[in-house]
Design a protein around this ligand. Sequence first.
Ligand code: ADP
Ligand code: SF4
Length: 673
Amino acid sequence: MRDPRYDILFEPVRIGPVTAPNRFYQVPHCTGMGHRYPESEAALRGVKAEGGWGVVSTQETEIHATSDVSPSNQARLWDEQGVSALRLTVDAIHAHGSLAAVELVHNGLHAANRYSRVPPLAPSAVVVDSDDPMQARGMDRADIADFRRWHRDAALLAREIGFDIVYVYAGHDLTLLQHFLLKRYNYRTDEYGGSFENRLRLFREVLADTKEAVGDKCGIAIRLAVDELLGEDGLTHDGEGRDIVAALADEPDLWDVNLSDWANDSQTSRFSEEGFQEPYIGFVKSLTSKPVVGVGRYTSPDAMVRAIEKGVLDLIGAARPSISDPFLPNKIRDGRIDDIRECIGCNICVAGDRTRVPIRCTQNPTMGEEWRRGWHPEAIPPLDDKGPYLVVGGGPAGLEAARALARRGAEVVLAEAGTEWGGRVSRESRLPGLAAWARVRDWRLGQLRQSPNVRMYLESRLTADDILEHGSPHVVLATGATWRADGAGREHRTPLPFLAGRPVLTPDDLMTRGAGAIASPGAVVIFDDDRFYMGSVLAELAAGAGHETVFVTPAPVVAPWSENTLEQERIQKRLIGLGVGIVPLHGLAGLSEDRLRVECVYSGRTQEVDCGTLVAVTSRLPNGGLWEDLAARRDEREGAGIRSVTRIGDCLAPGLIAAACYSGHEFARSACA
Ligand code: ADP
Ligand code: SF4
């Protein structure tokens, strides 16, 4: 039964000529599926609608070949060729009674047009914002007229396809309409440049064009970055961002407001809290009578209701919370709050788009697999063979395998060596900024505890003898991995002899014992060859505990893979702010009592840094002992009644937490013996 406090979330909201059935609004977000995987895209959006999102939007939808962001894979409506793919999506959304929104976009100087090979367009002749060695051409009046026509034509096609809401999009520092608004890109001296009103002109015109073309049938939404977090160098919520809203106040049917660029809009939980955009977007409703949607990683219905009652939002926008749990609205509707699979704010979903593959999610292993594998986030077919399944290890892989097997009706025994559940997720969530990651454990534990067919044992380190004695027909090993202390990783492919026998610390040491593991005087050197979050988080831990800290990495910047989670700049800034010394482009060459010799990856030249404690963040070794022991005793397995032994997660191949959850889920889905 729904808690009446949440009734307000289920009120319909009028958006011009259409009405959203409730206040849950899946704002436009990338899926990496774009125009290349239309069935996948449609299935994903359809699941969101099924889960109760009253409005479901596309990702950005390029309106013309001059807006080509290849190899990034966005939706396309360059012409009629894009119609059939998008129709699949609209139909999938409408099948569940939700409204379908399309985010039309021209990417301006953000589009290097690598596929279409036409010169990029911008308000003025400027370099493109990618690394491509090319410039955009400043648009003349004929170009502006063309652009307006392309946008209008795309809007007409969108209406024909059946979209209910059409976007006019000026956000994320990647759209032509925003480029015209910004002094840093727009140096024009004609009626489209210079004064605020001139820079606003094109936005105003395209909004009017769109309303005139399709406003009879479609709600017209503005998506606007009201603050770029650049101070006077950009739009601000108390400067021109506000002025734009004031100028266009009631002209659109809906305001979708956020921060720019994407790294500001989709901040991770390491850097921001739920509702973090409210101080920036809170003013919008005071300037318009039209509904306002905004985002801020809202996963709690109380925070959603608060945002509405405070007068910040009319519709609760979500990208990531809807990825992590496509059924979030229905769970609130049905009074199943504890079943909500809350987003952990890790941005692995963003990394899919950034690495040019379909979306994936740490919390929701079915995300992106709705069509390719036919996986549904809530439904999973029952098993014929009820097991029992013995799952060894209670980290993300083991917890997810146990949960999904139990949902399939299997008998599950879950044994964990330690005194707590969660494995690496529990350990990592105690590191600076990563507390929300414990949700990976908490949601699964909550589900498991509701399952009568699961028995769970802590402090149960199983040996091969135990497993043979248990005689469960299916054994699933989810025993995790251990960080190496010998320096082997990407830069140094083999163990470093000079580290042998030295008291090198690993992330496991610091996660288990905290900063207290740093016993020696002198500087702490983090050698990070892992290149994602761990090295920088440990540097924060050490610096936060008052140690002089130096970060050495063979990479050119701190944590380069975190570019994919939009965190790299923030991470490097945070380390600089903490006074952490950064030595990029260096590997390890030697270690003495209190000096570490590091070597330039290009020249081989060495230098020495003070080093009281070396922390190696390089790579991990799978905890494969049990697997090997059981392999050696293959002959005894049959007699013990064991029919299958399978490794999952980090003990198979160490990787992301997302990969461990996926591995556990994949095992449970494919189990049918
Ligand atoms: P993954 O990411 O693959 O889930 P983790 O390292 O997070 O891996 O979790 C592995 C878990 O397995 C840890 O909590 C660890 O204590 C547990 N474990 C390892 N070996 C055994 C064992 N022999 N018996 C029971 N639990 C084990
Ligand atoms: Fe949230 Fe992480 Fe899933 Fe993205 S990948 S939706 S940030 S849990």
